[in-house]
Design a binder for this molecule. Sequence first.
Ligand SMILES: NC(=O)c1ccc[n+]([C@@H]2O[C@H](COP(=O)([O-])OP(=O)(O)OC[C@H]3O[C@@H](n4cnc5c(N)ncnc54)[C@H](OP(=O)(O)O)[C@@H]3O)[C@@H](O)[C@H]2O)c1
Length: 257
Amino acid sequence: MTTALITGATAGIGAAFARRLAAEGRNLVLVARDTERLQEQATELHDRHGIEAEVLTADLSDDEGMVAVEKRLADRKHPVDLLINNAGFGNKGRFLEVSMADELTMLKVHCEAVLRLTSAAAGSMRERGRGGVVNVASVAAFVPRGTYGASKAWVVQFTQGVARDMAGSGVRLMALCPGFVRTEFHERAGMGTDNIPGWMWLDADKLVSSALADLAKGKSLSIPDPRYKALMGMVKLAPRGLLGGVSSRAGRKYGPQ
Ligand SMILES: NC(=O)c1ccc[n+]([C@@H]2O[C@H](COP(=O)([O-])OP(=O)(O)OC[C@H]3O[C@@H](n4cnc5c(N)ncnc54)[C@H](OP(=O)(O)O)[C@@H]3O)[C@@H](O)[C@H]2O)c1
């Protein structure tokens, strides 16, 4: 039986990955900060699908948390075959409205943790000649959108670069770029969603299905859903100034929206 480690497993996209991979019969290592929620999730997935689900409480914005997950990924006796670097969050507000501490925390979780965990996993996967890493970025990687967009652009560039470096090793890496997904993300960040049209929302379970299909095809970049594929095609052609104006307004204003 193979094992997948998912960061940010307790909610939203990470929880959808956990449901899907458990249903496929994979054992899981579930990572997040809320131990009680992780334990409830592990019990439910074990009871429903008969898989083993380990709980690993870790805050990926601090060194101790990153080291704990790196150690688990490097454990040769209990190998991890699939790593889903999914933990992430949004900060409400434009540049200078968000505290420097919150900006730096975002870089730790979205970039440093992704770098360190990918490295820990890819090393032991290469020795075994197989494995997969999915790094959850965002379509925000392709538009000007402050630290969030910049951190996700880093995830895309990093992942595609490493995928190329590891070509032929049996280890696949893929950056996953969702559009708007109904999860706890916006509420946790205190972002209003009233101005986001209904057609732009994606379902987390469907998103995970297309992501795993893209990984199986060997893609290094996945933009699930034809609506967002078309939109990102237009983004490539649109003037940067226009894009920046639209993108930096959506969901980032302070105060009620
Ligand atoms: N929702 C969207 O519209 C959307 C669109 C594009 C990309 N994304 C990306 O998708 C990923 C998942 O987001 P989501 O929408 O599923 O969000 P979510 O529903 O808010 O879930 C976030 C998960 O990350 C965990 N987490 C947050 N900070 C953490 C930390 N410091 N250390 C460890 N775990 C942490 C949370 O658990 P704990 O609080 O217990 O730690 C939770 O399990 C993120 O990388 C996000 O940027 C989301």
